[in-house]
Design a binder for this molecule. Structure first.
Ligand code: FAD
Length: 385
């Protein structure tokens, strides 16, 4: 049985069948939709270029009993309690993803997690509408891009000192600050929202800002509240080992909700990225079928903001310093390379330098020492450094 019909859920079904599992598979999902991809929601869907983003899969061919609109409410050994009764399982994949964090206050606020959220926002992004986005992270930047393109008057409020500060650190994130002004978006840094009221946001300093549309993009939490009291170990998500196995027999977890042990980094990781939802189910399916598989990827992520392709691979918290390829203050295309104390690449962030990303990702995986002088020359080929 698979709970959660997002990408990680449907990939789990595919992986089980691909490995020859011939038994019954039930896939339940809270949403009323077939599994769909989320990355296009803040890009092509908001831009009006796409109306649906269904995952390209054949549920009939997979012989899966797909039950949309059914919520997992609780878990006991061998049984998932749902809004439509109890469903027994021999093996269980937990793939319930994450839910957006909201601000306090009873004024209207929108989040962007589902296709319905995206279609609703698209309607509201009318020329001249005042859109206030809270959070200058990945989602906030992408929503600002779309709202501005739709002709809205856009303000982004960010509690930190720089955009993307939580994701890549304030020093690196600051390189993206000018993108907002260039796009005609007002970015207010170090600005904390206290409460959402009707038609406006009250800020922590006592001032307020009017808004026709408030979009909250301040992060997500793993969707695991339904597992409370089940005996499953939870700590910022469902705790798993490197095989994606939980502390309960025959139960694995994948995607945004899973906090897995990374052999590579010697720490627990929970990565809210599409690539994890795509790749982890292979290992989870193998584990549940009794095979020996380990999930140990170099995390990868991309974002499209203000006409730029931003990509990231690796895990920069293990680095000691960073250097750039190209000048982020002057050049349109540049990369930041995070290095360990002994000059190995820990992570790379690229802006419109896709070759750097591909080669950098391999260097992170390979772990070889690099010639840093050469690496800092944007004309060099990264793989030869
Ligand atoms: P989800 O996609 O969240 O799917 C989980 C499903 O489980 C949901 O449908 C949920 O309703 C359902 N569910 C939850 N609780 C229950 C329950 N108790 N019972 C039954 N069903 C339940 N990543 C990138 O790498 N690049 C990007 O550019 C990018 N852009 C993004 C843009 C947006 C707008 C969003 C929202 C995400 C983006 N991501 C991006 C992140 C990426 O989409 C997620 O990492 C990925 O969707 C995680 O997949 P998942 O299957 O683990 O979880």
């Amino acid at each position: 049985m698979v709970v959660g019909a997002g990408l990680a859920g449907v990939r789990s079904v595919e992986a089980l069948r691909a490995r020859g599992f011939d038994g019954t598979i039930t896939l339940i999902g809270e949403e009323p939709h077939r599994p769909y991809d989320r990355p296009p929601l803040s890009k092509a869907v908001l831009a009006g270029e796409l109306d649906s983003t269904f995952v390209d899969t054949d549920l009939d061919a997979l012989r899966v009993s797909f039950r949309p609109g059914v919520l997992g409410k609780g878990l006991r050994p061998g049984v998932v309690e749902t809004t439509e009764g109890e469903i027994p399982y021999d093996g269980l994949v937990i793939a319930t993803g994450a839910v957006p964090v909201k601000l306090i206050g009873d004024g209207p606020q929108h989040v962007l997690r589902t296709i319905d959220d995206a279609l609703r926002l698209r309607e509201l992004f009318q020329p001249g509408a005042k859109v206030v986005i809270v959070g200058a992270g990945w989602i906030g930047a992408e929503v600002a891009t779309a709202a501005r393109r739709a002709g809205c008057d856009v303000v982004v409020l960010e509690a930190g000192e720089a955009p993307l500060a939580v994701a890549v650190g304030a020093e690196v994130g600051r390189f993206t600050t000018p993108w907002y002004e260039e796009a005609g978006v007002e970015l207010r840094l170090s600005t904390r929202v206290a409460v959402v009221e009707q038609g406006r946001l009250r800020l922590a300093d006592g001032s307020s800002i009017d808004a026709d549309v408030v979009v909250t993009g301040i992060g997500v939490r793993p969707a695991v509240s339904w597992l409370a009291g089940s005996g499953l170990k939870l700590s910022d998500g469902v705790v798993t080992d490197e095989h994606l196995r939980t502390n309960l027999p025959n139960v694995v977890a994948v995607g945004d909700c899973a906090a897995w042990w990374s052999r590579r980094y010697g720490r627990r990781m929970r990565v809210e990225h599409w690539d994890t939802a795509l790749g982890a189910p292979e290992v989870a399916a193998a584990t549940i079928l009794g095979e020996d598989a380990v999930y140990d990827p170099v995390p990868y992520f991309w974002s499209e903001q203000f006409g730029r392709m931003v990509q990231y691979a690796g895990h920069h918290p293990v680095a000691e310093r960073w250097v750039t390829r190209g000048d982020p203050r002057r050049d349109a295309k540049w990369s930041v390379c995070w290095l360990t104390g002994d000059d190995r690449l820990a992570a790379i962030l690229t802006v419109d330098r896709p070759k750097d990303l591909v080669q950098g990702r391999r260097l992170v995986e390979g772990g070889q020492r690099l010639d840093v002088e050469r690496l800092m020359d944007p004309g060099s080929t990264l793989r030869d450094c």
